[in-house]
Write a protein that binds this ligand. Structure first.
Ligand SMILES: [Mn+2]
Length: 329
């Protein structure tokens, strides 16, 4: 499926208004791919009226991007006035919340451009399904559409594509040769690498900074053989704080505090800690801790969370007990 196929569909329905939809709390890849695509379509025909919509608006970093790129995004859906819909960076229409039903019922052509694993339902309701799991980001796919259209992004569009790719590859940690080839082109067009990095990294609200610093000040360090496990308490930004403490040098972090009437705990560990100790945070710590606190716990191997009731000191003691049980030093 190519750019030509998309244009054929637009021509078939005589599309004047085109709606580009991002997944809920649109991340920079969703937002920037929609923006770059809207610019591409406007280059093809200035008579297209294009609107970008995101269910429940944008995430924090995407909001930051709006200060640097002239993107207008709405958080309401008006499907009546549009002739065609393009869904970007969205794996399943579950990610569209209450818009899901409206999209499903609509008889208007639906074009999906995505790089997550192929989803049969999404495929079944789409007129054109551009899905490439090898692509690092939806921005990479939109860049491909520029090439197919034999058009070159301008500086702003290149910056948008760069930001989407930068975000989705976790600052190029999971970039491929294909990604870097595109990146070279975007830099040649005029992307300022340092400025782009700043756009994606400067945003941290003051309360979050304070939470991180307070948690660092209240650290309790426990050494299990060569492993450093740190505990701290704070009443907000648990996940962010846990990540920050990992960055300070801990192998594993447990941060908890009160939220409303319950106890919330976030934990993080280094990949190396998981591989060498075999301790799976979700299964071995968060799940049993959730039970202990009459709540729920779970998560992944290096990232997990618990919601429950009780006293934070008790919860920490139980964590220590669970770690000791699993850890053969
Ligand atoms: Mn993406």
């Amino acid at each position: 499926m190519s750019f030509q196929n998309i244009m054929d569909i637009f021509r078939k329905v005589d599309a004047k208004s085109i709606l580009l939809i991002c997944h809920q709390n649109a991340d920079p890849d969703a937002l920037c791919s929609a923006y770059a695509l809207s610019c591409l379509l406007n280059k093809i025909s200035s008579s297209f009226k294009i609107e970008i919509a995101a269910f429940q608006g944008l995430n924090k970093l995407s909001k930051q991007i709006l200060k640097f790129l002239p993107i207008i995004v709405v958080d309401s859906l008006d499907i009546e006035k549009t002739e065609a819909i393009v869904l970007l960076d969205t794996n399943t229409i579950e990610q569209l919340g209450s818009w899901k039903k409206i999209i499903e019922k609509s008889a208007k052509p639906l074009i999906v451009i995505d790089h997550h694993s192929k989803h049969p339902h999404t495929e079944s309701i789409s007129t054109i399904y551009i899905n490439d799991e090898q692509a690092s980001s939806t921005c990479e796919l939109v860049y491909d559409l520029y090439r197919q259209a034999l058009l070159r992004p301008n500086e702003r569009e290149a910056l948008a594509l760069y930001l989407g790719i930068l975000y989705d590859t976790k600052h190029f940690k999971i970039a491929t040769l294909r990604t870097f080839k595109i990146i070279v082109d975007l830099i040649q067009i005029g992307v300022n690498v340092e400025e782009a990095l700043n756009i994606l990294s400067t945003y941290m609200p003051l309360p979050e900074r304070i939470a991180r610093l307070k948690a660092a000040n209240r650290l309790r360090i426990i050494k299990f053989g060569k492993w450093l496990v740190v505990f701290s308490y704070i009443n907000s930004y648990h996940a962010s704080t846990a990540r920050a403490l990992l960055g300070l040098g801990a192998h594993m972090v447990i941060v908890g505090g009160k939220r409303k009437n319950s106890l919330v705990i976030s934990m993080r560990a280094l990949q190396d800690f998981f591989e060498k100790t075999g301790i799976h945070l979700g299964r071995d710590i968060a799940q049993p801790l959730g039970k202990y606190l009459s709540g729920m716990g779970g998560g992944h191997n290096t990232s997990a969370g618990v919601n429950g009731e009780g006293n934070i000191e008790d919860a920490f003691e139980e964590c220590i007990h669970l770690i000791k049980k699993k850890l053969i030093i």
